[in-house]
Design a binder for this molecule. Structure first.
Ligand SMILES: [Zn+2]
Length: 310
């Protein structure tokens, strides 16, 4: 165990003085620690990217880029036994012939076709070692029906595993909500959602942001639609997690300043964004910003992007 005394500490939602007591199990805040190691700059909770594909991205580079924990949202079984800094969803559960079984990027074995509600419960049981269950609903191909998605959601939640849905295209967000999904893998981007759907989604689901996949820095119609949906979802009290879909296209391997700026455009303050990036806070090694965290909205994204896993 170690005591760490930075110049400043962002903890429990604010910038403050104090020290961290670091053990194998994570970090706790202490008011003072006489024998602490002095550290320049700011320490903050370990940062999580809640949407990554480790089969398509280099985990070492992501960690070196300042991300302490990733949620690996779709990959083949068996899931690795060692899992430092990774939580897994297991396979994409999808309709026979459904997304992403028709995509070149999806490695064989990374999806599992589900043929009935009973088969859905079986598919959930097969995801040994998973922390989440993921279903894909892509209206551009065959779709699971509501009874099957509901059976998957029930089996997942009975096992203590939140259901995450990739909802893309007309009716898919509605199906995810009716089935009882707890998270959406992406901010919906194909069309502006109806007010009633946004209100229901805000009350029942958490969204993983993935704004930067829409243009990677260029202004695109889908980026504008996604930010509009997210802005209203947040206004109705919805909760968002920072996630990038790393592995999908030319994304930064590490903290993505463009994703952070997208969250700011949707209405999140720097403090809100830090909360969105630290769902597993105390259980992770802390993050370190050598030059100190700058909470000025203009400079915040670039400042946070210099964070490294301590
Ligand atoms: Zn993805």
């Amino acid at each position: 165990m170690t005591f760490l005394q930075p110049d400043t500490l962002w903890w429990d939602g604010r910038l403050r003085a104090g020290a961290l007591h670091r053990t194998a199990g994570g970090c706790t805040l202490v008011a003072s620690a006489p024998s602490a190691e002095r550290i320049p700059g700011t320490l903050l909770p370990g940062l999580t990217d809640a949407h990554v594909h480790l089969g398509l991205a280099d985990h070492g580079a992501v960690r070196a880029g300042g991300i302490a924990e990733v949620w690996d949202l779709g990959g083949a079984l068996p899931l690795p036994a060692t899992r430092e800094g990774v939580r897994y969803a297991g396979q994409f559960l999808t309709a026979p012939g459904g997304y992403p079984s028709d995509r070149a990027w999806a490695p064989p074995g990374s999806w599992r076709e589900v043929r009935s509600p009973a088969d859905g419960a079986e598919a959930v049981a097969e995801q040994e070692g998973a922390s989440f269950i993921k279903v894909t609903l892509h209206a551009g191909g065959p779709l699971l029906d509501l009874p099957t998605v509901t059976a998957i959601a029930d089996a997942a939640h009975d096992a203590g595993l939140p259901l995450i849905v990739h909802a893309e295209g007309p009716g898919t967000v509605e199906t995810a909500l009716e089935a009882g999904a707890r998270l959406l893998a992406h901010t919906p981007w194909t069309a502006p959602l109806d007010d009633g759907v946004l209100r229901a989604a805000a009350g029942r689901t958490t969204w993983i942001s993935t704004l930067d996949i829409h243009g990677w820095g260029a202004e695109t119609p889908s980026l504008v639609t996604a930010i509009g949906n997210l802005r209203l979802f947040l206004a109705y009290g919805g909760t968002v997690r920072y996630g990038t879909d790393l592995g999908n296209g030319p994304l930064v391997p590490g903290i993505n300043a463009r994703e952070i700026r997208g969250l700011q455009r949707a209405g999140l303050s720097p403090a809100d964004i830090l909360i969105a990036m630290t769902p597993s806070a105390a259980a992770l090694p802390p993050s370190w910003i050598p030059a100190g965290l700058d909470l000025d909205p203009e400079r915040f994204a670039d400042s946070l992007a210099t964070a490294r896993v301590w």
